[in-house]
Ligand binder design. Structure first.
Ligand code: F6P
Length: 323
């Protein structure tokens, strides 16, 4: 494909490292002599025409910043064929040959719908703290969010131990348990409750009881936000085991902020450059990911099938280490 002008946008929930990715896409495209149009507020900006050319200078001093300088949105209008037709009009008007979408599941579903209805090449770059995209080992923002959670849980451990309390700490991840499972391992938590693995209340009580009996002085359970989250489990434990002093902490949006880790900056930079390589090779409608440290192309339709499994070994590691 003879690409001359690309559009780049961030969409859905922001994730640390998105700026590093915008920077990489912009600079790699300019390196090839292409023009880069920055689309603001995701698909909303594509529909309304909130679009400005990006230069190498416009992305200076952004690699270390959290959030997204292009802003982001979840666009209801883009979910409709009429909304996508309006977006395509702007794509044609600006002579955009390919659209690079940095985002997660919902953003890729939108990109796929656009590409199936109109003559536009889309390339997805995985940007979400949830790490729930098939075809890439890690998504941009996941490592930073994981480190943020671990820092918070370390602090919660201080107060939990001082009071001999059980804490249920709720983390994001939407339908996926990567953040909960891996932060539980990294923070030395007693258990994780994740959508991919059923935890029944008796099993949970056994973990917790084991922790208290062994004079650990505190127990911390990481809970994925799905299915009622931490409140739900805390209520059940309170009711069935009133002898325990239970507290809940919902970490919320602080998990999405902050300066990206070196891992996320490098991942974002590699993926950004690879997206331009993919266009040079004539790739269409794919997500660019990294698997086993190698760049891979995955059909965008495949990446959003929601079937990225959690390695059972990780579940086993936590079970063994929390005795
Ligand atoms: O997809 C990223 C994410 O942070 C999820 O973990 C969470 O469920 C959701 O976005 C929250 O979305 P919002 O910021 O729109 O409340």
């Amino acid at each position: 494909m003879n690409t001359k002008t690309i559009g780049v946008l961030t969409s859905g929930g922001d994730a640390p490292g998105m700026n590093a990715c915008i920077r990489a896409v912009t600079r790699a495209a300019i390196y090839e002599g292409w023009k880069v149009m920055g689309i603001y507020r995701g698909y909303e900006g594509l529909i309304s025409g909130d679009i400005k050319e990006l230069t190498t200078e416009s992305v200076s001093n952004t690699i270390q910043r959290g959030g997204t300088v292009l802003k982001t949105a979840r666009s209801d209008e883009f979910r409709t064929p009429e909304g996508r037709a309006k977006a395509y009009e702007n794509i044609k008007k600006l002579g955009i040959d390919a659209l690079i979408v940095i985002g997660g599941n919902g953003s890729f579903a939108g990109a796929q719908a656009l590409a199936s209805e109109h003559d536009i090449t889309v390339i997805g770059l995985p940007g979400t703290i949830d790490n729930d995209l098939y075809g890439t080992d890690s998504t941009i923002g996941y490592d930073t969010a994981l480190n943020t959670i671990v820092e918070c849980v370390d602090k919660i451990r201080d107060t939990a131990t001082s009071h001999n309390r059980i804490f249920f700490v709720e983390v994001m991840g939407r339908d996926a348990g990567f953040l909960a499972q891996n932060s539980a391992i990294a923070a030395g938590a007693e258990a994780a409750i994740i959508p991919e693995d059923n935890t029944d209340i008796d099993q949970l009580a056994t973990f917790i009881g084991r922790g208290i009996r062994k004079s650990k002085n505190s127990s911390i359970v990481l809970v994925s936000e799905k299915d009622g989250g931490a409140m739900h489990y805390a209520e059940r434990v309170r009711k069935e085991y009133p002898q325990y002093d239970v507290r809940v902490s919902i970490l919320g949006h602080l998990q999405r902020g902050g300066t990206p880790t070196a891992h996320d900056r490098i991942l974002a930079s590699r993926l950004g450059v690879a997206s331009i390589d993919a266009l040079k090779e004539g790739q269409r409608n794919i997500m660019v990911g990294i698997k086993n440290d190698e760049i891979v192309y995955v059909p965008i339709s495949r990446s959003i099938k929601m079937d990225k499994p959690i390695d059972k070994e990780l579940i086993n590691v936590l079970t063994i280490l929390s005795i």
